[in-house]
Design a protein around this ligand. Structure first.
Ligand code: SF4
Length: 259
């Protein structure tokens, strides 16, 4: 099986509590190595493997185990992408990330500096620590900052999780104070396209090994999880067959638009 984009929710835990977090409140729950192995073992090629969260660096065990899986199943990986909130940097993390970098063609390691993250760093008085972490990572890895200065940026956020609670007044205040215009979007489109042995869209597995076709809050993931899409119950091939069948009968993974 080949895929353009595979997203793995490595953890639901996080070190921040950003206002715009579409995931909702954090949970102390990590994807385990058994789940990762079951998901990845049938892939021969992945163009982009994105490790998401929560804060993905909180699942160091999986970061350390990923190179073993990639090697064991001879998976050709183009890009490995990790977006971190910048709060974690230990020697063990640097070593794990350096090792991971050797198993892909392109390593995209990004510290997200959007306004809501910066407001969290400020609230927790950790701005200096994040900057130190960035400098330390720079010594060992290709790392970049994203949206370091988002003056006049127009940013889209999804109306899920904590982002549902942001009021019109708060958006106006953010625009007045920081000149950042946030647009709220209700839903993402289905994104899995199965073409022979190739998945052309985005395939996403949550922390419990449930496949989805779009980003959701943790609560939404749990409410809509089905055995038909769980990697501990079905193989990847069976899950994709289930998806195809459901799609043809007009009932792919059901979506709920938060009220
Ligand atoms: S937006 Fe990211 S860093 Fe912020 S609380 Fe959510 S998962 Fe954590």
């Amino acid at each position: 099986m080949k895929a353009r984009n595979v997203y793995l929710e490595l953890t639901r835990n996080c070190t921040l509590e950003c206002e715009h977090c579409l995931r909702g409140n954090k949970e102390v729950k990590n994807m385990n190595i058994n789940t990762i192995e079951k998901i990845l073992k049938d892939f021969t090629k992945i163009n982009c493997l994105l490790l998401s969260g929560g804060e993905p660096l909180l699942n160091r065990e999986c970061l350390e185990y990923l190179p073993i899986i990639i090697q064991k199943y001879q998976i050709e990986v183009g890009t490995i992408g990790i977006i971190t909130n910048g709060t974690i940097c230990t020697t063990e993390h640097i070593k794990a990330l350096q090792q991971l970098q050797r198993y892909c063609e392109d390593f995209e390691f990004v510290i997200s500096c959007d306004l809501f993250h910066r407001l969290e760093w400020k609230r927790l008085h950790i701005e200096d620590r994040v900057e130190e972490n960035y400098k330390r990572y720079q010594e060992y890895l290709p790392v970049r900052k994203y949206q370091e200065n988002d003056l006049y940026h127009r940013v889209t956020i999804w109306k899920k999780g904590r982002a549902q609670e942001i009021s019109e007044e708060r958006f106006k205040e953010l625009y007045k104070r920081y000149y950042v215009e946030y647009q709220i979007r209700e839903e993402e489109e289905n994104s899995i396209i199965i073409d022979g042995d190739t998945i052309k869209g985005k395939i996403y597995f949550d922390v419990n090994g449930n496949m989805r076709d779009y980003s959701a809050s943790f609560q939404e993931e749990d409410e809509l999880s089905q055995e038909r899409y769980n990697i501990h119950i079905h193989t990847l091939k069976e899950i994709l067959e289930n998806y195809k069948q459901d799609f043809q009968t007009g009932k792919p993974i059901q979506k709920v638009i938060p009220s």
